[in-house]
Design a protein around this ligand. Structure first.
Ligand SMILES: Cc1ncc(COP(=O)(O)O)c(C=O)c1O
Length: 390
């Protein structure tokens, strides 16, 4: 089917619209084979040899995600490679750099990436520097022309939801020959397509919104160009064995069918909750880019389309103890880590990250799902009141 001109919602809902050529089934088949038959002349019918390198079920999900992230690129969808987890995807990018390369990374970012960089980047020979990517002067000052090879940005950034101006940092980085990688897990291509702002690479934890049901661990790297760095990332995946299983890839493409509905619903409810609780006496702050007094609000309004995402954090006025009381008191929100699923989650983020975490002790992170907004608001209201009485 010709995909030209179709809205991303349509592509997502129809899973690219291809019926299975063998059965005519609308739901794609799952291909679990680990190996492919070699012909008498030594060739392979479709070029695939072994599933660690290529798998048709993964390719289906990759094409779908490439169409969603890259739809606005002039020369067609970008390249996409699925990985066994978001961390496998993120580290594949860092491990495709060379010893001695200087890397600039958002100061506020998903702790797993920060932890990996802290533990392994040095042994890999990378010179990693954390900087405030929301501060353009700081980014400009930190770039070392000729030495900086990668700028890694997460926006909105876990768990304070700081916003980086993608067009501006891409402009600064490209002027110095620096590649820009954007972790787009939280915004998803529904709200932000980083390639439109100049990003070179887009990374996802597909375990979050893309799958959306809390039952798949997967990741993805997308590239605006199939250049040698992209080939190195693909080669890393094949040789390190970082492919997802075919079943995970199949579940992922199924989850993507409802991506737009889920993200729009979560974003609307998150905005309702943030607006409703922003001046609640039990809270010291509500951190959400959709609130006009959020420092990144104007940029978010420019680079996020149709919503500000389903993630927000609250800082509880009574401090760490009061935060833990609120956490203990919720009944509808589920106490769990992760984000981007259909059910709403609440988490004491510093507790999950451990003692080295820079996250304030009074902060609770909320991942808003698709439940009735009234149930979530009533639950939070009751938990905050109960927390205040203790
Ligand atoms: C923004 C972000 N990036 C990357 C990851 C890592 O993904 P995974 O858990 O799939 O390895 C996460 C996980 O929470 C995340 O929130």
């Amino acid at each position: 089917m010709d995909q030209q001109g179709l809205a991303p919602e349509t592509l997502a809902a129809q899973g690219l619209g291809e019926a299975d050529p063998v059965s005519g089934g609308l739901a794609p088949v799952i291909n679990l084979s680990t190996n492919y038959e070699q012909q008498p002349d030594g060739s392979y019918r479709q070029g695939r040899v072994y599933t660690r390198a290529d798998n048709p079920t993964s390719e289906h999900a990759e094409q779908l995600l490439a169409a969603l992230e890259g739809g606005a690129l002039g020369d067609g969808p970008c390249a996409c490679a699925l990985f066994g987890s978001g961390m496998a995807a993120a580290t594949a990018v860092f491990q495709s750099l060379l010893p001695g390369d200087h890397v600039l990374v958002s100061r506020v970012l998903y702790w797993g990436v920060r932890k990996w960089l802290a533990e392994f980047a040095l042994t890999w020979g990378l010179d990693v520097e954390f900087t405030d990517t929301a501060d353009l002067d700081a980014v400009a000052a930190a770039i070392r022309p000729g030495r900086t090879r990668l700028l890694w940005v997460e926006t909105p950034a876990n768990p304070m939801w700081e916003i980086t101006d993608l067009a501006a940092v891409c402009g600064l980085a490209h002027a110095a020959g620096v590649r820009v990688a954007v972790d787009n897990t939280v915004a998803t291509p529904v709200l932000t397509r980083p390639f439109e702002f100049g990003a070179d690479l887009v990374i996802h934890s597909a375990s979050k919104y893309l799958n959306g049901h809390g039952d798949v661990l997967a990741g993805a790297v997308l590239a605006a160009r199939r250049d040698p760095f992209w080939e190195r990332i693909r080669s890393w995946r094949r040789n390190a064995g970082a492919m997802p299983g075919a079943f995970e890839a199949w579940l992922l493409q199924r989850g993507i069918r409802t991506l737009f509905l889920r993200v729009h619903r979560a974003s609307q409810t998150a905005l309702d909750i943030a607006t409703r609780f922003q001046r609640h006496p039990a809270l010291a702050a509500v951190l959400y880019p959709g609130l006009p007094d959020h420092p990144g609000h104007e940029i978010a309004a420019r680079q996020m389309r149709g919503g500000f995402g389903g993630m927000l954090s609250v800082r509880v006025a009574g401090g760490a103890g009061a935060a833990r009381d609120v956490l203990a008191a919720v009944r509808v929100f589920k106490r769990a880590t992760s984000l981007g699923g259909v059910e709403s989650l609440i988490e004491h983020r510093r507790g999950s990250e451990g003692p080295s975490s820079p996250v304030p002790d009074d902060l609770l992170r909320l991942s808003i799902g698709i439940e009735a907004p009234g149930d979530l608001i009533a639950d939070l209201e009751a938990a905050l009141d109960q927390g205040r009485l203790q």
